[in-house]
Design a protein around this ligand. Structure first.
Ligand SMILES: [Zn+2]
Length: 381
């Protein structure tokens, strides 16, 4: 994304009355649907895992929404819930490395700040055009010092100087940077500035793999608290991966004049209609390649983005404007929401899409819980 574009979208977020990324996604699937998905996944498990999880089904249900609750409290949490696939071109998104290590390095911007407070780009990857062959640092004032690094050398340098022991991004010193890129000592570097363009577009599929490994580890230790926490957490992220609008830059219809469609699709529709859904999803499956499985989930969601948006737009065009929004009482507050007949009409136009995505989410949660358990050696719990 270009800076100016990023800025204008940021400004849109900041305008009052429009939800920002955090808010729009804050109740992914709604708290209601997240809890229902974790709850129902327990019934798709084989024994003996089923018996163990049934004993703790209340915990798994209640804590299905914890990741959303900590979005504002924990730095680095917000980007785990989505991925804007469309900023990377079209399916199969060949420019997007499936490995987190490569993706993080590829979309890292490194700028130098000089004494006068001016910045010059050292590594300015751009989101689309960087080839995976050679990584050239672009110089500006540093042109005479250009030195190509091979992609592997660059990855190693990132690992060594840019990643903390905990695995977070850290900013190297000017001295370290001079060493990596053989910059002249008078290169005017007072401070190094880093910007991760990967984070701003979401890391959901990569985070899912990390969460999966944490669940396997938890099963290996046999610590009940850890198992249940990791299981509840990954259930949340898997469910997010099944929501089409969690895979697009236009996540709240803000780029197509459909603000509010995020909560409409993932909260309002399940709350109104999911009682009539068929939630017998069949037994959990062992997943051989969890990474591929997670990517498939977000790709499947992404294929539906177009229908989610165009069906609502088409409906609205032929609908009396004053019958789109209604006020409903929730406890003591009046809540502005889409009118029930409007929601019914949209739901019908989607031909069971919400039901299919919820079913797929439930089955995926159960399958991932089960696979992590098997991978940990099917311990006695
Ligand atoms: Zn979420």
């Amino acid at each position: 994304m270009k800076k100016t574009q990023a800025l204008s979208i940021l400004l849109i977020f900041l305008l009052p009355g429009l939800p920002g990324r955090g808010e729009a996604g804050a109740e992914a699937w709604g708290f209601f649907a997240h809890q229902r998905i974790n709850h129902l996944a327990v019934f798709a498990l084989p024994q003996p895992l089923a018996a163990y999880f049934k004993k703790h089904i209340d915990f798994l249900t209640i804590h299905a929404v914890d990741p959303d609750k900590r979005r504002y409290a924990v730095p680095g949490e917000a980007e785990r819930h989505f991925i804007d696939l469309d900023v990377y071109g079209d399916f199969p998104f060949d420019t997007l490395p499936r490995s987190y290590r490569e993706a993080r390095a590829k979309f890292l911007e490194i700028d130098l700040l000089n004494e006068q407070g001016d910045t010059s780009p050292l590594i300015a990857p751009g989101l689309y055009e960087l080839s995976l062959g050679l990584m050239w640092f672009r110089a500006g004032a540093l042109a005479e010092a250009e030195r190509p690094l091979s992609w592997e050398q660059y990855l190693d340098a990132i690992d060594e100087y840019f990643i903390s022991r905990k695995g977070d991004l850290k900013t190297p010193s000017c001295r370290q940077l001079r060493k990596i890129f053989e910059l002249p000592s008078d290169c005017g570097c007072e401070k190094v500035l880093l910007e991760s363009h990967l984070d701003e577009h979401g890391i959901l599929p990569w985070h899912l793999l990390r969460a999966y490994r944490q669940l396997v580890k938890a099963f290996e230790t046999g610590e009940q608290k850890r198992i249940l926490k990791q299981a509840a957490d990954i259930g949340h992220y898997i469910a997010d991966a099944h929501v089409p609008l969690h895979t697009t830059e236009n996540y709240n219809g803000q780029l197509s004049g459909q603000e509010g469609i995020h909560a409409f699709w993932e909260s309002r529709l399940p709350e109104l209609f999911s009682d009539s859904y068929d939630f017998f999803v069949g037994p959990a499956k062992y997943i051989e390649q969890p990474a591929d499985f997670f990517w498939e989930a977000v790709f499947d969601s992404h294929r539906l983005v177009d229908s989610v948006l165009t069906e609502e737009r088409a409906l609205r065009q032929n609908y009396p404007a004053e019958e789109v929004y209604c006020y409903e009482e929730r406890g003591t507050v009046q809540l502005r929401t889409t009118c029930r007949p409007y929601a019914e009409a949209y739901h019908q136009r989607l031909h069971g899409m919400v039901e299919r995505r919820m079913r797929a989410a439930i089955h995926a949660v159960a399958s991932i819980w089960y696979s992590a358990y098997v991978e940990a050696g099917s311990p006695v719990l």
